[in-house]
Write a protein that binds this ligand. Sequence first.
Ligand SMILES: [Zn+2]
Length: 380
Amino acid sequence: MKRIIIILLFLIFSYVSFAQDIRIGLFHQHALKTVLISTVFGQYQLWGDSQLVKTINPNEIIYLNQIGDKIQIKEDTKDLGSYQKIELLGKGSFNTIRLKADNPQLKPREYQDDFYLEVIAGKIRIINQLDLEHYVAAVVESEGGSKAGKEYYKTQAILCRTYALENYHKHEADGFNLCDDVHCQAFKGRAKFSDLIVEATSMTKGLVIVDSSLSLITASFYSNSGGYTAASEHVWQQSRSYLRSVEDPYSIGGNSYLWTKSVPLSSWVSYLKQNGFKISPNINGSDFNDSSLRRKKYYVFGSDSIAYTALRNQFKLKSTLFTISYADGQIVLNGRGYGHGVGLSQEGAMQMDKKGFSYKDIIKFYYQNVYIVSLKALQY
Ligand SMILES: [Zn+2]
């Protein structure tokens, strides 16, 4: 048994030793044709097809234009040549660039570390290869807002790091690890609005969450549980031992705790009928009344049922946790929570932080039988 654990620890260490840097596909959903670059901190060298083209000085702006299958480098009106592969490598400290897409026009953002550009399928593909910890801090800023406390930010940093490593090969076919939009995790460049986020991230450096078999967990989160989290198999196909339904008093009263939605009785009945429900033409709206509020996989009426997730999609509901009543020709859904409900509730975690709980308490409350391990420490 001991030997198996040592082998598993070694496997985790090997996995992560590759992952100190991470490669992110920037502006993945945009067809970039022109990009402007300038240096914010540090010093950058610009390489084209393995030749040093120039060192970028402060206050210089470099234009990169897609022309055919190459990228033309321009400085003011001076043409510095066209290349298949461009590398932008940080050679100073705190290397950071400002990057602005000009075609299409997008807001400028600041990014850290190194960049690799080439034309793929008629558009400029930009890969940002950066320190995993820089990435995690930036994602915490994008996903976690700027008004929370330190234990919450530590929690979110561990979640985002675990997610990044668990999904390390998600975009392998595209030539990078993760994209920068919500398909993976929202990444909008350098964390710069909150020192607390940068500090909380560095205080959890290298920490990730594993389950009892030492596998990285699916560190899912959402806005508010509505008072009960959902078991993974109620929302997705897979059952995960650490994603159970728990009663969550900390989400009660949060900003996204309550919602209401009215659906015309005719729409409600017609959708259920489309899904095979046998409903009498003389049905009364109040026959649908249901005051129970608990997490379940299926909505049941008579002898028919449909997944709550299908109802959520169809009627664009904030969650799958709601009671049903009837008034004035409308089915009234009184709901709790916002999001899929599996794993950590962000508003609940913020409340736990305010009440004095640590990041360990918060993680172990929302994920069952998990361990927070330092991958770095496993080396020794
Ligand atoms: Zn993605």
